[in-house]
Design a protein around this ligand. Structure first.
Ligand code: PMP
Length: 361
């Protein structure tokens, strides 16, 4: 089988075993004589898939009893709007910690719905670091505080998630959900588009504390209210059934591979292979992120010149490494090494980086 070394930032690599199961079950799922895509979303066969996915999220992330797990549509980007729409009350400010382009986009949407503030920002350092917890300006008057736990474009990641205790903390975990155990109880809402660590695009995971659901605002369209989805077990309207089936398969795979803790140790090992090459390259490769803010999911780096960056990317592509271009807004190189990217692929990239450096330094 000829599977690429896939370092795409999202949609991203999926476990081969999961794709094989989907292939096997495509024409006849669970002896129904049809694919899961052709089932009614009100059928028992589909509901079992749906409920297993929700249960697995709860198990794998140790979600406490007083939280709901929702499976929504619209990507993480719709959450940027739904959050302030539902939770930004008059007289309070929504507090955004800016650590990259996705936090900026989240803030931009909140401005449509009320007052906002910036509780900390690392923009001045071109988003090389995550602000220290002691530098966050969070007050009891804030409607909530919003963080982006992993910054896909800049390659930084929050190491300490004890952000605040006096106000609801909301986290965009699109690019590191289920890559490590997390203290769910420190958050009032966690959301993530599926297409990096959880499955294909089309489904968005939301983990929401029940007390936030009682915080009802009146003037919100039905589909954009969290309560609508919570009351109907995310079956108020037709859910993205195939994406949820794939999510369920990926969650089973995570469980079979050691759960969140198993993912964390694999991810540490993979990331350290690449950071080691960067750190031992005598400045040939320069990491974008400050060492203590480095992401285990997106390794961002530059070569000494734009020409070498380009040559590296061209040669890497020819050698079968896909998706190493940095995001179009920052350039350079980025290796996205989400849960499903294998250790073998990362080792192959490590060797490629070493031999490229040997030839060009
Ligand atoms: N937040 C983060 C951290 C992301 O990486 C992305 C997508 N790359 C988004 C939000 C936007 O997600 P979506 O495309 O699902 O709206």
């Amino acid at each position: 089988m000829n599977r690429a070394h896939n370092f795409n930032a999202g949609p991203a690599a999926l476990p081969t075993e999961v794709l094989e199961t989907a292939q096997k079950e495509l024409l006849n799922f669970n002896d129904t004589g049809m694919s899961v895509m052709e089932l009614s979303h009100r059928s028992t066969d589909y509901e079992e898939v749906h409920n297993e996915a929700i249960t697995l999220v709860k198990d794998l992330l140790e979600v406490p009893e007083d939280y709901e797990v929702l499976l929504l549509q619209g990507g993480a980007s719709l959450q940027f709007s739904m959050i302030p729409m539902n939770f930004l009350e008059k007289g309070k400010a929504a507090n955004y910690i800016l650590t990259g382009s996705w936090s900026e986009k989240a803030l931009k949407e909140a401005k449509y719905f009320g007052e906002t503030k910036i509780g900390a920002s690392s923009k001045d350092s071109n988003y090389k670091h995550i602000p220290a917890l002691s530098d966050l300006d969070v007050s009891e008057e804030d409607a909530y505080v919003h963080i982006t736990s992993n910054n896909t474009i800049f390659g930084t990641q929050w190491q300490d998630l004890n952000v605040a205790s006096e106000v609801p903390v909301i986290a965009d975990m699109s690019s590191d959900i289920l890559s490590r155990p997390i203290p769910v109880d420190k958050f009032s809402l966690i959301y993530a588009g599926a297409q990096k660590n959880l499955g294909p695009s089309g489904v968005t995971l939301v983990i929401i504390k029940k007390d936030l659901l009682s915080n009802k605002k009146e003037d919100i369209p039905t589909l954009l209210r969290y309560t609508t989805h919570a009351e109907k077990n995310s079956l108020y309207h037709t859910p993205p059934t195939f994406a949820i089936y794939m999510l369920n398969q990926v969650l089973r795979w995570v469980k079979d591979n050691g759960g969140a803790a198993g993912m964390a140790s694999r991810n540490k090992e993979k990331a350290s292979l690449l950071y080691e090459v960067i750190d031992q390259s005598d400045g040939f490769y320069t990491g974008h992120a400050d060492t203590n803010s480095r992401s285990l999911m997106n390794v961002t780096f530059n070569l000494p010149t734009d020409e070498l960056n380009k040559q590296f990317l061209d040669e890497a592509k020819k050698a079968g490494f896909i998706g190493l271009n940095g995001h179009r807004s920052v350039g350079g190189c980025r290796a996205s090494i989400y849960n499903a990217v294998s250790l073998e692929s990362v080792k192959a990239l490590q060797e490629f980086m070493i031999s490229f450096r040997d030839k060009h330094q």
